[in-house]
Design a protein around this ligand. Structure first.
Ligand code: PMP
Length: 354
């Protein structure tokens, strides 16, 4: 830390992204990316747009915003596009929370929520998952704080139903409820249509998972025009050109190619169920996932050892050191071939453990 670093950030522990090692080529199942490349049309649109890189991007993201609005059946002023959904989450923390209005979230959930809260000096209430790693929606009724819930949750993959989300949105009419639907296309029930009914609901989504564009950094939020207007105030006060022009055209084209991406998501769901079955045959406990990853543990090997041994054999998964989940690993679902390699390596490791 330099002697110039602001005191207010001196105790901040930044978010740790999944590792991106360069030492060898891994079967990369650690950051929930899609194994499928962007569509051919996206690639061509990006090449064409590159000719205009000397010009600023459209700060309103007009074309992409309209396409997202049409895709999700809302008006354009109910959508804000950002640089990944991490950015809209941070904007929402900035816009709706402060030292007096905190935020509530689960003890086991997306690790960035506590970082955004710390970054912005926002107190938070941590609500424990039940012993089976599910969220009890009743724990979120009538809270003092705003609420953020990843649905499906990460890293568990477990989802709440739309009805359960609606109940808790209804029970907190004076609180902003943020539902982070980063993984919703892999079997979750979206509550996005509820934004027309509840002005305290903000739904965030991303192009990083089902739309094969983690490197393009596109996220977006859908909520009442008033919520979106507040978020725009934050955006225009931090980075008006937050979404670059290449990503804007790539995103717009990806919406045009929705069928391609949604059929890839279906393939991933199939691979997920296949992998779950294979892991269970090997004695793993695997949580019921509605996401593009599985959360699994074995009583034959510790979570840490399995992670390290898989890494030494060229397969990367994500291990978290938090006590409650340290026995588990989060395994991103890739192609069938990648999942077969994973299973083959696990069989090998379990043999070595005997
Ligand atoms: N929400 C959840 C639950 C996530 O796991 C992630 C991915 N790390 C994000 C949001 C942010 O994704 P992105 O910024 O790539 O849209």
């Amino acid at each position: 830390m330099s002697r110039f670093f602001s005191q207010k950030y001196s105790r901040l522990t930044p978010y740790t992204p999944g590792e991106q090692p360069k030492d060898m080529k891994y079967v990369k199942l650690n950051t929930n990316e899609s194994p499928y490349p962007p569509s051919k049309e996206v690639y061509e649109a990006v090449m064409e747009e590159a000719k205009k890189l000397h010009l600023y991007s459209d700060p309103e993201c007009s074309v992409l915003t309209q396409k997202i609005a049409d895709r999700y059946g809302v008006s354009k002023d109910m959508v804000l596009v950002t640089n990944g959904s991490d950015e809209i989450l941070n904007f929402a923390f900035m816009a709706f929370c402060d030292s007096k209005r905190g935020i509530a979230f689960a003890d086991i959930t997306y690790g960035f929520y506590s970082v955004f809260a710390d970054l912005n000096g926002i107190p938070y209430k941590i609500i424990s998952l039940k012993d089976d790693f599910t969220i009890d929606p009743g724990d979120y009724y009538d809270l003092e704080e705003n609420i953020v819930i990843a649905n499906p949750n990460a890293p568990t993959g477990i989802a709440l139903s739309r009805a359960e989300i609606e109940a808790l949105v209804k029970k907190n009419p004076e609180r902003v409820v943020i539902i982070d639907e980063a993984y919703v296309d892999f079997g979750g029930e979206s509550c996005v249509d509820l934004v027309k009914k509840y002005d305290n609901l903000l739904v965030t989504m991303t192009f990083s998972k089902s739309r094969s564009m983690a490197g393009g950094r596109i996220g977006f939020g859908i909520g009442s025009a008033d919520l979106i207007s507040d978020l725009n105030t934050i955006k225009y006060s931090t980075n008006p050109y937050n979404v670059n022009r290449i990503s804007q055209v790539a995103g717009a084209c990806a919406i045009d190619n929705d069928e391609y991406y949604m059929s890839n998501a279906k393939e991933i769901i199939k691979n997920r169920e296949y992998t779950k079955k294979r892991l269970e045959e090997l004695g793993f406990e695997v949580l019921n996932s509605s996401a593009n990853f599985l959360f699994a543990k074995s009583d034959k090997i510790s979570g840490q050892d399995l992670y390290l041994k898989l890494k030494s054999k060229g397969v990367l998964v994500r291990h978290f050191t938090k006590e409650k989940i340290k026995d588990f690993n989060r395994i991103t679902i890739g192609t069938r071939d990648q999942m077969d390699i994973l299973i083959e390596k696990i069989i090998c490791i379990l043999e070595e453990e005997k």
